[in-house]
Design a protein around this ligand. Sequence first.
Ligand SMILES: Nc1ncnc2c1ncn2[C@@H]1O[C@H](COP(=O)(O)OP(=O)(O)OP(=O)(O)O)[C@@H](O)[C@H]1O
Ligand SMILES: [Mg+2]
Length: 389
Amino acid sequence: MMKNLQLPQKIMLLGAGELGKEFVIAAQRLGNFVIAIDRYGNAPAMQVADASEVISMLSGDDLEQVVQKYQPDFIVPEIEAIRTEKLAEFEQRGISVIPTAAATNYTMNRDRIRELAAEKLGIRTAKYAYASSLEELMQTSAEIGFPNVVKPVMSSSGKGQSTVKSATEVATAWKHAIAGARGDTQKIIVEEFINFEIEITLMTIKQWDAPTIFCPPIGHRQERGDYQESWQPAGISKDKIAQAEAIATKVTDALGGAGIFGVEFFITKDEVIFSELSPRPHDTGMVTLISQNLNEFELHLRAILGLPIPKIEIFAPSASAVILAQEHSEKIIFTNVAQALTQEDTDLRLFGKPDSRPYRRMGVALAKAETTELARKKASQVASTISLA
Ligand SMILES: Nc1ncnc2c1ncn2[C@@H]1O[C@H](COP(=O)(O)OP(=O)(O)OP(=O)(O)O)[C@@H](O)[C@H]1O
Ligand SMILES: [Mg+2]
């Protein structure tokens, strides 16, 4: 694979958000041609891509049309909600789907990847069960025990998710899950609540012709199902890092292909518990935009193209903090930017999203310092100084 790589390559990016934007920038730095696709126009990655198209990525016909038009060498998904059966077809026609078409299908919903990890590979996850009606949810909740976490099988960014403390809260959780589900399936997953000390993302780089390698683990804090801040290194023991690396290798080997994966774990006092994974850059991994010699987007690109990754180095303890919108607006103006950047070793990404809604992520603040505590403080200060007018 990739023995005689020639550049430029033609890369079709499915999903054109802020992670896609940084990936496009990485790809273009090596002169590649990138087509950014999303369901709305002027999406962040479209602003820096060579070409862009607005389609429904859940439509096989729409995907066929853009693939016919551009004939890409690579298809690189940035989101989960894609007609993944169609990707398998493209793969058969010789287009390289990243990491593989099968992997995008496994990770599209929560159930298949969970079953692969827990049942096929015997990896420790939270105990889980499914339900397709309120009655079933009542029963499975009782079996899993309280507190538990109820999630639609098909959702992301915490949509439709709730922590259920007792039987009296099950009906509310059911309604919330059904309302937050993507697509029309009513399948709900109930998970044992893990009382973790910290949760981490282990950025795992699977290569075509070289061993799997890792970034130092990234710690993060979530609210409403979206990450608020992340920091690197996570500050967990060598032994737990080794356990997480072994699990990440096992799961990504089962999925195959090449590229970066964000493998999420809950770390308790005694255990390393696999949660889920993204077969692509991870939002918490944006901290690598300041922390590392090669950021997660550059690593993804190198892995995809089969380019060497001789070293992953972290320069200093680092952190990222998100900049969220508070209201609906179609005129996005940031103020206090100069005040925000007065401290050394801080930086900023403003995504250029064309509109906002409450809690929509509009930018991210980045910082480096002597310790992760100080880096977190600095990044949070930068983020909270910026205002959205
Ligand atoms: N079983 C659990 N026990 C404790 N906390 C949980 C559990 N499941 C989820 N959470 C919390 O909710 C967050 C979001 O859950 P999860 O990662 O499963 O959802 P998501 O919607 O897929 O998020 P994303 O795709 O944006 O990473 C987790 O990062 C964690 O903080
Ligand atoms: Mg997650």
